[in-house]
Every structure is written in C-alpha cells, then in structure tokens.
Design a protein around this ligand. Structure first.
Ligand code: KG4
Ligand code: ZN
Length: 370
C-alpha cells in the first residue's frame, strides 16, 4: 500500500510517501521544508507568515516527495493530511492542497490528528544501522528495530510544543488521556526558557545543547529549580512554574547571563527538572496501568537526555516493559508519521469510503478514538 502524507500544522511544510508491506512501514521519501530561520527573527511562529511560506513551498515539496519515492500519483492508495490541531492559516494550506489532489487524482483522503501522527511515528520501521548517541556515555545505544509488533496496552508520553500528555492505548487508535499539563507544554517551557536566556528559537535544541556544556565536578554554579507536581497524586504536569523559577533565578543574578558556565548550569538544571518530572509520572502511570510497552512521542522526544534517562528508568524498574522511541527524523514534525497514522486508520476502520469533502482543518481538533 502506498500512502502520501502531508503536514503543514506549524512551521514545517512536509510531504512523504510510505510503503506498507508485510507488517513494515518503509519511508520512500520524507521531504521537509523548514521555516525556522524565518520565524527565528520573531522569536516564535507567526501564523500568517507560516501560511505564506507553506503556500510557496507545498507543491515543490510534493514534487520532490514523488521524485524521491520514484512513484506516480496514480500508484497511490491513500492520502493522509494533518487536519489539526495547529495554526489555522497553516493547516488550511495542507488540507486544501490534499483535498485538491484527492479530487483530481480520485484518491481516498483522511484527516489525521497531529498527535496521533506523533504516536504512530513509533511504528515506522527503523534503519537497523541508525544509532542514537547516549549523552552520558561514550557508547551509543541502538534503537530497537520496529515493526507493527509493538505490544498493547501501551502507554505513550507525548511531549511536543503544544501538548504534554500521558496516553493509554489498549488497542490501535483507542486513546485514553490519563494525565496532561495544566498549563505550559514541555516544549513550550523549553522555548520560553530559551527566550529568557536569549538562546533563540526553537528553544529545545539550544537549551539541550547548553545543558551538555555543564560540568558537574568543576562548575562553581549550583542552581536548584523545583520539580512541579512530581509528588501529586495524579498523572498531570505543570511547567509554567518551572519556567518562572528560571526567570526569577536570572533576575537574582542578571550580570551572570553573560557567563556561558552559568547558562550551562541553568539549562542543565532546567532540563533535569523537566525530564525528572516527565519520567517520574510516566513510571508511576506504568505501575498503575501495567502497559506492555512505553512509547515516547512529539518534538521533545528528540531530547537525548529524556530518551536516555527514560529508557534507563524503564530498564531498571519495569524490566518486562518494552521501550520505543521514534528515530530523530520522525520525532520532530514530519509527514511520514501522518501517512503512518493514515495507514492504521484505513486498515482498522470499517468505513472504507473516505472522500475529500469530509476533511476539514480544525485548530483545536481533539484526539478521537476510532
Ligand atoms: O512536535 P514538534 O516538532 O511540534 C509540535 O507539535 O509542537 O515539537 C516542537 C517542540 C518545540 O517546543 C521544541 O523546542 C521542542 O519540541 N524540541 C526539543 C528538542 N527538539 C525539539 N525540546 C527539547 N530538546 C530537544 N532536543
Ligand atoms: Zn508536532
């Protein structure tokens, strides 16, 4: 089965073609045109600027996706497009392009929830040679080669710029949100901390990079930040207070903002506080719900500290539970994940006729079970 995926919910224009065969997803092309440089000047994504860029890029990106995959539109079995949530002017470009193509090419079209895509990025086959560097050791550790045999029930920690949720899935496409952030998303907190520290946009990668420069033994800076809600009796999160604690810390020592070693200590402690809370809640939820697999999903799942520490904690405390993380390319916004989610919806839904008029862009689309 050949599926085209399209994603334009934020600041990446993306088109991919995947082939699904014998229980494995192979990504034939994964083209992403990033607008990061354009939005960096504004310190965040400007919706109408994003839409203008998507409009400019969507057809060249689609053309590249077909060229790289070496297939023709007639070969496609399905088109999947991100229908929401996201920035409405940005979503509309992808959705309208997809509807036009589905109409002209007479192909079924499916609107996909962006977070469903992030979760299904874990089902994309992995290049067995690909390795993720372990930030704490000189050795690398291998991602498990994946196919559809991820065992249910599964628990997925979703961490992106707009979402932080613990999602329990008893079977494919069935979602129970057992906990979520009460204020800022984890990625949003990384972005806001980067802004406070003048590290640029997007904040996650730059905070993570500064954190690696922190030297535990030799640093003369000792920063201590709170671990919000770490002991609360639920599976919810809160990151707004943690970000504010960073702000207060910098107000105490404004002159130190010029010192790279201080910035490194602050980023290290912030990242440690955020990941410790995420990991503690995930483990506690796993102890209660006893999933057979734990998955990590969303842009913040590209964070090496989180990938590594969550893996180590699961190995230590839940040795029977399998741990899956998406390859970095599929952790950040991409359209292969949208095509992968479309495959499962198409395969498992009784409804077979997906025609283009049913697909609508929706800024606040809710994650809905099959
Ligand atoms: O999933 P994503 O690409 O877009 C949304 O759906 O929101 O996630 C983007 C978020 C941003 O907040 C970005 O700062 C964060 O993911 N991020 C990271 C890292 N890479 C991206 N956060 C921490 N560490 C990273 N390495
Ligand atoms: Zn995303």
């Amino acid at each position: 089965m050949l599926i085209l995926g399209i994603e334009t919910s934020c600041d990446e224009t993306a088109a991919s073609i995947i082939e699904v065969q014998k229980g494995k997803i192979q990504v034939l092309s994964n083209v992403i045109s990033s607008q990061i440089k354009l939005h960096a000047a504004w310190g965040g994504v400007v919706p109408n600027l994003a839409a203008r860029e998507h409009l400019k890029n969507i057809f060249p990106v689609l053309g590249n996706a077909f060229r790289k995959a070496k297939i023709k539109p007639a070969d496609l079995d399905l088109i999947g497009v991100t229908a929401g949530p996201g920035l409405i002017p940005a979503l509309l470009i992808g959705v309208n392009a997809a509807k036009t193509l589905a109409y002209v090419w007479k192909k079924p079209l499916m609107g996909i929830h962006h977070i469903e895509g992030h979760i299904y990025a874990n089902f994309i086959g992995v290049n067995p040679k690909s390795q993720i560097p372990n930030p704490n050791k000189s050795k690398s550790y291998k991602l498990k080669a994946k196919s559809f045999n991820i065992k249910f029930p599964l628990l997925c920690l979703v961490v992106s710029g707009g979402h932080t949720q613990l999602v329990l899935m008893k079977k494919h496409l069935h979602y129970q949100i057992i906990g979520e952030t009460q204020d800022d998303a984890a990625g949003e907190a990384f972005d806001k901390v980067a802004r406070i520290l003048n590290l640029g946009y997007p904040g996650g990668p730059s905070v993570a990079l500064r954190a690696t420069k922190f030297k535990v033994q030799s640093s003369k800076f000792k920063v201590i930040l709170p671990r919000p809600m770490i002991n609360s009796n639920d599976f919810n999160f809160s990151f707004s207070g943690l970000k504010t604690a960073v702000l207060y810390e910098t107000k105490k020592h404004p002159e130190m903002l010029q010192k790279p070693a201080y910035i490194a200590a602050l980023c290290h402690e912030f990242q440690k506080a955020a990941t410790e809370v995420l990991i503690a809640k995930t483990l506690r939820a796993a102890q209660k719900y006893q999933p057979r697999s734990i998955l990590l999903a969303g842009g913040v799942s590209a964070n090496l500290e989180l990938r590594q520490k969550l893996g180590a904690a699961i190995k230590k405390e839940l040795s029977e539970t399998a741990y899956y993380i998406p390859e970095i390319t599929y952790a950040l916004d991409n359209s292969a994940m949208i095509a992968a989610a479309a495959f499962f919806r198409r395969k498992l839904s009784r409804k077979k006729n997906y025609s283009w008029p049913a697909v609508q862009a929706e800024a606040n689309l809710k994650l809905s079970s099959l």
